[in-house]
Design a protein. Sequence first.
Length: 298
Amino acid sequence: MATAAEPLPAELPLSGGRQGATVRVHPLLTATLTVPPAYLHREDGRLASWRALGLTLPSSQRERIPIPAFLVEHPGAGLMLIDTGFHPSVAVEGLGRLAGLIFKDLEMEPEQAVPGLMRELGFDPDDVRTVVMTHLHADHASGISQFPDATFVLSEAEWRAAASGGQKQGYLRHNFDHAFDYRLLDFDDAAADSFATFGRAFDLFADGSVRLLFTPGHTLGHLSVELRLTARELLVAGDAVFTTRSLAEGLLPYSTTDEHLARRSLREAQLYAERTPTAVIVPGHDMARWDELDAVFT
């Protein structure tokens, strides 16, 4: 299906790279909500889908999850975001009828959207130059419209999936179909390289500070982001790894577009964790893990 937006191929590296650069990372909590436990960790059996949807499950038996974004300070490229979390309108209007069947107990104030959180930290949202999208599901992409002057980087496969998908696939066209500067990465291109335990990757600034890792499965174009801190690494796994338990036990969530690809991406993340024991790994939706994170990683 055609889009109003006209994305272009990404031309890497983006400007601003500095040899040996390290970054500072601010985890941002834009909202929380609750889901059935079987949505986070897929169960087997005849009633598996019913338990994952949790239509009659009381709030006391549901699990609270974070809706995150990440602000990254790069010494040459300036401010960068990973995902955008919820738009402030979600705090007022809610999640909508279909999403509200599964995702409940939303806790969010309008000022909790990324721009408000940035201002609290002393940053100007207008200074965001680059936004890396792990994928375009609504809980990650709802806030895109707040950054009209940024360059958005995502995988070509993800754009195709979102442009041809709909709400049943987790995509809301009004979240992302804007006349913005979208730059698409082709992870099948010969320019893509491997990195650590991940089969396909791009070095965003050609300085090793921000690496985009192709981790499809949750969606067909999902990517994760590895960031170089001063003395260790931080992996924003996105929804390639839903929870710490997912990583430890190799568990997939209920919502998976391609199970084979999802298992492969999860295995790559598990191997990364084994071989990079000092790395901080942030799953996509683990409240207990989120509560353990530092306010800023340097």
